[in-house]
Design a protein around this ligand. Structure first.
Ligand SMILES: NC(=O)c1ccc[n+]([C@@H]2O[C@H](COP(=O)([O-])OP(=O)(O)OC[C@H]3O[C@@H](n4cnc5c(N)ncnc54)[C@H](OP(=O)(O)O)[C@@H]3O)[C@@H](O)[C@H]2O)c1
Length: 288
């Protein structure tokens, strides 16, 4: 990335980076199978029928197949209550063929997400959302890292964006994306501002950033007025609108000001899936 340039932004595509991660995993899986081990197994627990979740889960299942991992999708009806979901989590925790699994978000409103995520065995937590793993992440101990922020770090590394000593702003403080993103950037020696819906002067706070990561789920929230010339902008947002999939960043506007920018779709999304496979591989490899 040619930071600080005034011309049209470089487009940071996730696809080629994800392909490279997958190729590396496919090789490792194949070697493990040659040594006589069963393939790694990823579980996905889905509750209810959310069309967006269906698409995401389909992508994860296909990605498993591409690298030679097995996958198992466990589906519960939208009427499932917290005890029913906990029973399914307990079965996956005990399943010897499943190395790691995720609980596909969002869960129906009647299910207690916090209780469910805390019931996942930390060793099998493919999304890194168990409180123990998030705690380990904060103190810098080995832990599965939530897939989307892990993917953003991989994307920045791939495109040669230096993080150490830079000013970074993260918009959004969810357990899934914003919080762990801020932690990872901090560990990578950035000076991080974590902005959210109660942040006054969001544009001003964003304009201070050399690296801006937006994960608010608000289509078009970030525009020219939020971006310093030469900044690197990562758009995590993904919202279905009548016009199609939309990111949080007004792409055309920001592309004139930023040094580099991720597209939506085709930016962070492919890497999220690749990092899920990576987390599943690490859980499998630990058992050797
Ligand atoms: N590409 C991928 O692979 C991928 C993966 C995961 C998520 N996503 C997308 O990323 C987005 C965020 O996901 P999430 O799970 O983190 O969402 P979330 O749980 O809804 O969190 C959104 C965060 O954004 C903040 N926010 C909302 N409106 C804002 C505003 N106007 N100004 C500043 N901050 C605002 C919220 O602040 P408060 O805390 O103050 O409410 C909250 O912290 C969604 O579009 C999601 O679909 C994409």
């Amino acid at each position: 990335v040619n930071e600080g340039q005034g011309s049209e932004a470089q487009i940071l595509r996730g696809g080629p980076v994800a392909k490279r991660v997958e190729a590396d995993l496919a090789e490792k899986v194949s070697e493990a199978k040659q040594r006589g081990r069963r393939p790694p197994g990823l579980g996905v627990l889905m509750v209810g029928d959310n069309p967006a979740s269906d698409v995401y889960v389909g992508r994860k299942v296909k990605a498993c197949a591409r690298v030679g991992m097995t996958s198992r999708v466990v589906r519960l009806p939208a009427t499932a209550d917290t005890p029913a979901v906990l029973a399914a989590v307990a079965a996956l925790n005990e399943d010897p063929d499943i190395d790691a699994f995720i609980v596909q978000m969002p869960l129906p409103a009647a299910v207690n997400t916090d209780v469910v995520l805390s019931a996942v065995r930390p060793e099998k937590d493919a999304d890194g959302l168990h409180p123990t793993n998030l705690g380990r992440l904060v103190v810098g101990q080995p832990a599965p890292v939530p897939c989307t922020p892990k993917g953003v770090m991989r994307l920045l590394a791939h495109y040669g964006v230096s993080v150490a000593g830079r000013r970074a702003t993260v918009v959004g403080r969810s357990r899934l994306v914003g919080w762990p993103m801020a932690v990872l950037l901090t560990h990578a020696q950035a000076t991080v501002t974590l902005a959210h819906s109660r942040t006054p002067d969001l544009a001003g706070v964003c304009r201070e950033a050399e690296i801006l990561v937006v994960a608010a789920g608000r289509p078009g929230l970030v525009g020219l007025e939020h971006v310093a010339p030469g900044a690197v902008v990562v758009d995590v947002g993904l919202t279905r609108t009548p016009e199609g999939l939309s990111g949080d960043v007004r792409f055309d506007e920001v592309a004139r000001q930023a040094a580099a920018l991720t597209p939506v779709p085709g930016g962070v999304g492919p890497l999220t899936v690749a990092m899920l496979l990576h987390n599943a591989w690490e859980a499998y490899a630990r058992e050797q």
